[in-house]
Design a protein around this ligand. Structure first.
Ligand code: ADP
Ligand code: VHF
Length: 365
């Protein structure tokens, strides 16, 4: 982990902000605000990704528990989001900290220009020492276009701002080898070198107020891992806890983290967009030799290795690249689909040209 001042993304779940019967819980929020303020007072830059809009708002709609229909959740979020921001503004104000609200949708990431605007806005706020507080724009997000949940939104934001560490705060102190709610003998796993399929399968569903459960936190930590960002999943009990996370003494599970070693520099923003957000309209299949050249020898993809072309795409658009049925990465094509297809009729050795330059290529994350 990098020494000195760090850029941190802290994601906090509904269960750590709202009362179990719904509505904002000022005590829980005070604890979070004190803990984040301690990070800032120590000179670190923080971006807060805050859930809790639905959980804070549904009571005022007359519901006894978290509603299930989309319209009710969206209406609850509209109410709860303003209650959350009102409370954050007040509580952070007492620590001489100004806050800014940013509501994002999945399509803000897939439109390259909006993605760049989000990056510029966040950078400026951080430069001016303002605390950005991000949530999904629930009222306009439709099921197919959501981030899945805020754990993933937090991982994508961590990538966008090139965070040194992604902290996921929840009601449980990390990952257990089985769901601790139903297994009293469950053991906590404090350090994970990486998230694998096997690890993902250890985790179960959500709490009464949350959405994705531990599994979605692991999937998000895996995405952060692919972006070169270590994660911490844990519970906040005292306001000094987040500073302790930075020294390796956090009460939770660390993923891909070393208190001594520097974090990887992270995938450049342009490549993150290609890897995780860009829309694709087609794909190509390449042979083994070409796959080896781009994956092992880090070369550009040449025309001679292309075996098949699918879909309709133009020059300059992002395409998926498959080898033996497996998706191996994505990149910006220098050819339109039509021209690639035409070239397939020519003997491979006679085909020349770069299809995807290595600077515009990203391996599957
Ligand atoms: N293997 C596991 N280890 C730890 N927690 C687990 C596990 N499986 C399921 N969980 C549950 O995941 C819940 C946290 O997820 P969630 O409710 O989505 O939280 P949040 O609202 O903080 O995002 C915890 O209440 C915990 O009981
Ligand atoms: N955007 C939603 C949060 C969705 C979500 O992922 O919740 P959680 O599992 O508590 O982090 C809200 O503010 O209610």
């Amino acid at each position: 982990m990098k020494k000195g001042k760090m850029r941190l993304v802290v994601k906090v779940g509904s269960s750590s902000l709202a009362a179990s019967s719904g509505g904002v819980d000022p005590q829980k929020m005070s604890l979070l605000v004190s803990a984040v303020s301690q990070l800032r007072d120590a000179g670190h830059q923080v971006v807060l990704v805050s859930s809790g809009a639905v959980a804070s708002g549904y009571q005022k709609l007359g519901y006894k528990q978290r509603p299930r229909t989309l319209a009710a959740k969206q209406a609850a979020a509209a109410i709860g989001q303003s209650l959350l921001m009102q409370t954050y503004t007040q509580l952070f104000g007492a620590h001489q900290c100004s806050v800014a609200q940013i509501l994002l949708t999945r399509s803000d990431f897939s439109h390259r220009e909006r993605y760049q605007h989000a990056f510029q806005t966040l950078s400026l706020l951080l430069d001016k020492n303002i605390l950005p507080i991000i949530n999904e724009n629930d009222t306009v997000s439709v099921a197919e276009l959501t981030f899945g949940d805020n754990d993933m939104l937090g991982a994508l934001v961590a990538g966008l701002v090139h965070a040194d560490l992604y902290m996921i705060l929840t009601d449980t102190n990390g990952l257990y080898d089985k769901d601790p709610r139903y297994n009293s003998d469950a053991q906590r796993i404090a350090w994970l070198p990486e998230v694998t399929d096997e690890i993902e399968n250890l985790a179960g569903g959500a709490s009464q107020l949350g959405t994705g459960g531990m599994r979605s936190k692991l999937i998000a930590a895996r995405t952060a891992q692919g972006l070169g960002i270590p994660s911490f999943i844990g519970k906040l009990d005292q306001s000094s806890d987040l500073l302790e996370v930075l020294t390796g003494d956090g009460n939770g599970t660390y993923v891909n983290y070393s208190p001594e070693a520097p974090a990887l520099s992270g995938l450049p923003t342009r490549k993150q967009w290609i890897a995780l957000h860009s829309p694709t309209r087609g794909s190509i299949t390449i042979d083994q030799g070409a796959a080896e050249a781009i994956l092992e020898q880090r070369r550009s993809l040449l025309l001679a290795g292309v075996r098949d072309v699918n879909g309709t795409f133009n020059q300059g658009e992002v395409i998926e690249v498959y080898c033996e049925g497996e998706l191996i990465g994505r990149g910006v094509s220098r050819f339109a689909a039509e021209d690639l297809t035409d070239s397939l009729g020519t003997k491979a050795t006679r085909r020349s040209g770069t299809v995807i330059h290595r600077d515009q290529w990203t391996q599957t994350i």
